[in-house]
Design a protein around this ligand. Structure first.
Ligand code: GRF
Length: 217
């Protein structure tokens, strides 16, 4: 197998998507290894999870920096020092400077708990319920300077049920996120999904695609 891509995961909180990526990357044939977890919140529960999994961690507290650019530069330094190939945002609640997003264009992914381009930004599960959609889901996309607007790599669908609350819908979507993100990262790390001319190109067929559709569950 060719060399595994070196992954950094950026988090701000719980870190359940981070844990799913770390777990997936334990497989010997996975084309990526998680070599660094960075959190902008020193007290993020995800940091302890990463440490327990044996992954090097770094807290870069955004409150210690005078500007967005200065914070981004500190993150950049950590990524360069760890010789990172690909960055995965997983519940990372900071907007990056356009310069940072552009520098990592095609090499940075994010997961968002909606079927983009619907319901960008905060509280997408609540937005989905208010809109009355019957199918919700999650999206892994390449990060561009525009929030939640980058080219889409992969999506997974879940049903919206009568009586759903933002919390119950979020839990159903989160379970799908934990399947989707490792699959999407595998495609990108293996070079089967890439950014070309401003679009995501995926060499198909994606064998697991059927697992990502669960409208009856
Ligand atoms: C996930 O729903 C993710 O899609 C969103 O924030 C949440 C983070 O959860 N961006 P976790 O920290 O991965 O558990």
């Amino acid at each position: 197998m060719t060399t595994r891509k070196r992954i950094a995961i950026l988090i701000s909180g719980r870190g359940s998507n981070m844990a799913a990526l770390i777990e997936a990357a334990r497989a010997p044939d996975y084309p990526a290894e998680v070599v660094l977890v960075v959190s902008n919140r020193p007290d993020a529960p995800g940091l302890a999870l990463a440490r327990a999994a044996g992954v090097p961690i770094r807290a870069v507290d955004h409150k210690g920096f005078a500007s967005r650019e200065a914070f981004d530069a500190a993150v950049e330094a950590a990524l360069v020092e760890a010789r990172i190939d690909l960055v995965c945002q997983a519940g990372f609640m900071r907007i990056q400077s356009a310069a940072f997003a552009t520098r990592w264009l095609g090499r940075q992914l994010n997961i968002h708990p909606s079927l983009l381009p619907a319901f960008k930004g905060l509280h997408p599960q609540r937005q989905a319920l208010e809109a009355g959609v019957r199918i919700a889901g999650c999206t892994v996309h390449f990060v561009t300077p525009e929030l939640d607007a980058g080219p889409i790599v992969a999506q997974a669908a879940v049903p919206v049920r009568e009586g759903d609350t933002p919390e119950s819908l979020a839990a159903r979507i989160l379970a799908a996120e934990h399947r989707l993100y490792p699959l999407a990262l595998r495609l990108v790390a293996a070079g089967r999904a890439r950014l070309e001319g401003g679009r995501a190109v995926v060499d198909g067929p994606v064998e697991e695609a059927a697992q990502l559709l669960a409208p009856a569950s």
